[in-house]
Every structure is written in C-alpha cells, then in structure tokens.
Design a protein around this ligand. Structure first.
Ligand code: OAD
Length: 229
C-alpha cells in the first residue's frame, strides 16, 4: 500500500473568481471600488462600524448566490489521491461546499461572527446580516474576519502545515499580503512548488513551476503534472 502524499495548497481570491466573486487587486477588483482601509481595517471599524458591517453583509449575501467552480471541485476530488490541506485567504465557503475536508481560513469566514468583547466567542450566522446593535453576551458582534492592522491567529498553524508539504501549490493569489505571502518561504527544500495564475506574479523563489492559466484550467493541469510524482 502506498501512502498518499501531502498536497498543501494556498489559495486566494483568484480561485473564486470564476464563481463570480470579485478579486481585490485585479482590474475591476474590490479595492478599486472601496477604500481597503475604510472597510477592511481595524481603524476603519473603529471609525465607521456600520460601513464595515454593510460591506461584509453584501459579501455574505452574494455568497448565497454563487457556486464552487471546477477548481474548488478538483481540489476536493483529489482527496482520494493526496492528503490535501487547503490554506485559504478567502473568506468565502466555496472550498467547504465543494467537499474539501481540511481547510484553514487564514483571514476568517463570512458565515461566522464574533464578539467584540471576547475574540474566542465565535458564532455561526450562516448568510444572515450582522446589524449594528446585534450582540452576544452584551457585546456588539463583528464579522469573523482578520482585518488589516490585526494579528493573523492561524498563521503559525498554516506555516507548520506548509513545512510538512510534499507538494505545495499556490493558486490565485497576488502574494501581496503578508504574513500570508510569506508561507511560500516555509515550503521545505526540495518540495515541488507550483503556482497557478493567469497573470504574471512576482515570485522570489526560483524553484517554482508556473502554470499560467485560470484556476479552472490550471488546477486540473496541476493535478495531471503531480499525479505520478
Ligand atoms: P488579489 O486580488 O490580490 O489577487 C488575486 C489573484 O488572482 C491575482 O494574482 C490574479 O491574477 C488572480 N486571478 C484572477 N482571476 C483568476 C482566475 N480565474 N484563476 C486564478 N487566478 C486568478 O487577492 P488575494 O491575493 O487573495 O484580505 O488577496 C489577499 C488578501 O488581500 C485577501 O485575503 C484580502 C485582501 O485584502 C483581507 O481583506 C484581510
């Protein structure tokens, strides 16, 4: 009996683009329409929490209307071939809905809220809005999202996962945001690294095989390439 190899993937907004969710930094991306510091930072929250709530309420409502695409589905299907670990910067739930089992959300999840008074008090809210005045244990609820200016609590766990990778793939992220982008440096020496993205990405490691395709095409290609590794 052969043991399944550990395939660790780091995904970003690009993997959900073909499901109809806008990326952040592409042309027409969310940060063209919104000021990131107004809607996705801890300072923005302190300044205008209603605006921040509305931004994430819109994202959550949209999530109800979209479906996982071929890339999410292929990553779920290959769980019978590989021991797959998904580290995602995305706050959508499309990896879950496609059937992936091991998913670590680095930047939080839209379908959860947490107490502003107690960060470990996290509740499932599904696709419901969070309104100003909605509380748990007397504290205002906020989106369960890691904002700019905040720690990334899952970072150590994510780094450890990447360190155990036998194959590492980066899919649909501009690698602009740290500490997440730094995960690339945690891939062990000799571990094959792949990058799937239709655009040119500034990568600082030389040992990366680039698959310059959209995720729906590039992820099946990636699997073909690694199936016999
Ligand atoms: P970006 O918007 O920075 O990058 C999206 C990447 O997806 C780009 O490299 C695109 O070329 C690529 N892309 C576009 N369409 C694609 C497709 N069909 N298939 C594959 N790739 C495609 O998004 P992220 O790198 O995920 O954080 O951004 C990282 C973080 O910045 C997000 O988690 C979010 C954002 O601000 C917070 O809000 C805290």
């Amino acid at each position: 009996m052969t043991t399944r190899k550990r395939l660790v993937v780091l995904t970003g907004a690009g993997i959900s683009a073909e499901s109809g969710i806008r990326t952040f930094r592409d042309m027409g991306g969310l940060w063209e329409e919104y000021d990131v510091m107004e809607v996705a930072s801890i300072d923005g929250w302190k300044k205008n929490p209603q605006l921040v709530l509305e931004f994430y309420n819109q994202r959550r409502r949209q999530l109800l209307t979209v479906e996982p695409n071929a890339a999410h589905k292929v990553l779920a299907e290959v769980q019978n071939l590989f021991n797959v670990f998904v580290i995602t910067q995305n706050v959508d739930n499309l990896h879950e809905r496609a059937g992936s089992k091991n998913i670590l959300h680095l930047h939080g999840e839209l379908t959860k809220a947490r107490s502003t008074g107690n960060p470990s008090r996290i509740i499932d809210i599904g696709y419901n809005d969070i309104k100003w005045g909605d509380t748990v244990d007397g504290y205002q609820l906020r989106p369960h999202i890691v904002w700019f200016g905040e720690e990334v609590p899952m970072m150590n766990e994510a780094a450890k996962l990447v360190q155990t990778a036998e194959i590492f793939a980066v899919i649909g992220t501009s690698l602009n945001v740290y500490p997440a982008a730094g995960l690339l440096d945690h891939a062990p020496k000799g571990c094959p690294i792949y990058l799937v993205d239709p655009n040119d990405i500034n990568i600082w490691r030389r040992d990366v095989t680039v698959i310059k395709e959209k995720a729906s095409v590039g992820v099946p290609k990636l699997i073909e390439m690694i199936k016999n590794e």
